[in-house]
Design a protein around this ligand. Structure first.
Ligand code: PEP
Ligand code: MN
Length: 350
């Protein structure tokens, strides 16, 4: 961190600021320039009260040269960190497909979705048992019975299970059933929830809040990581902009931005970021091209009966086609993709 002083700063001002820096247990390196004095702070700047420093009248600017997040920082480790769940690894050469309905609605619905997504090559089944709904009058999810249905689908198909936790009190329950716990966009800055989920040691999909920056998302990841849980997967799911043709705006550039600043694997949710089933495949293709480590796609065997997000759920056939299209892009960018449908055999996709 560098503290730039006002031109008129006196030696007494310099001493006072050096005093503040030393009080925080850090060292200061003072350079007297022709017109200005600059103080370099040596040590971890997290221990410094930057707000207090900025208020000192002789201080012109405080320039941060390190990131405010430490554990998520790319400098922490070279390359992308990997999160392994069962036989699936996020952040490695394989592109991971997570797919399933927005919400678990019935055994029949989930088992049907699990069956066709597995056949098409998905590795993880998604489905919310606890739903964070904007309206308290909307379907809130089946709760624990929904978790039991997810467990049944896992037993029937071998797929891993990713499901959302909405409240802190449900964390033990969700952790008992889930292979991966999802923190939704609306809870990205629910800091106590992040810590509680972090302590379970379970892999976490952390969705970016629709009103949050990349840096805020990485600071939220820090809450999970600080609980000695290294298994954090970031998820870009679109942000709110003035554009209202799509439900959200897919901030596609957040993927390389996250990767540039952090070592954490990044997946993209093309469903919530578009909100229209006909656009999902395009967002998915773009995400893979830009370097996403995985996709989180909503699909429903019968979307017109869906209790939530039916309009963005791709149909079973569309899902199979999406897998084929995504596989072509994955191959072009050097990723492996565990697609299993015959049509995707080399040569077919073109
Ligand atoms: C979901 O995945 O169904 C969901 C509620 O997503 P988000 O938190 O991104 O809105
Ligand atoms: Mn949804």
């Amino acid at each position: 961190m560098i503290i730039v002083l006002q031109e008129q700063a006196t030696e007494r001002d310099v001493d006072a600021i050096v005093g503040i820096v030393r009080e925080a247990g850090l060292d200061a390196n003072v350079s007297f320039g022709l017109s200005r004095t600059v103080i370099g702070v040596i040590g971890d700047p997290r221990y410094l009260n930057v707000a207090r420093l900025k208020e000192v009248p002789s201080v012109d600017r405080v320039i941060s040269i390190t990131h405010p997040y430490k554990l998520a920082d790319r400098k922490e480790r070279p390359g992308t960190s990997t999160v392994t769940v069962g036989d699936v690894t996020f952040g490695g050469p394989e592109l991971v497909m997570i797919a399933g309905p927005c919400a678990v609605e019935s055994e029949e619905q989930l088992l049907s979705a699990a069956d066709y997504v597995r056949k098409a090559g998905a590795k993880v089944l998604r489905g919310g048992a606890f739903k964070p709904r904007t309206s308290p009058y909307s379907f809130q999810g089946l709760g624990e019975p929904g978790l039991r249905i997810l467990a049944k689908a896992r037993a029937a198909t071998g797929l891993l299970i990713a499901t959302e936790v909405v409240g802190e009190q449900e964390v033990p329950q969700v952790a008992e059933y889930a292979d991966i716990i999802q923190i939704g966009a609306r809870n990205m800055q629910n800091f106590r929830l992040l810590e509680t989920v972090g302590r379970t040691g379970k892999p976490v999909i952390l969705k970016r809040g629709f009103g949050n920056t990349v840096e805020e998302t990485l600071l939220s990841a820090e809450y999970v990581l600080s609980q000695d849980n290294k298994n954090v997967i970031l998820c870009e799911r679109g942000i709110r902009t003035f554009e209202n043709y799509t439900r959200n705006t897919l901030d596609i550039m957040s993927v390389p931005t996250f990767k540039c600043h952090s070592h954490l694997p990044v997946i993209v949710d093309p469903s919530h970021s578009t909100g229209r089933r006909e656009l999902v495949v395009y967002a998915a293709r773009a995400a893979v091209a830009v370097g996403a480590d995985g996709l989180l796609v909503e699909t429903h065997p019968n979307p017109e009966t869906a209790q939530s997000d039916g309009y963005q759920a791709v149909l079973p056939d569309q899902f199979a086609d999406l897998m084929i299209q995504v596989e072509r892009i994955a191959r072009a960018v050097g990723r492996t993709f565990g697609i299993t449908v015959d049509e995707a055999a080399p040569g077919h996709a073109g």
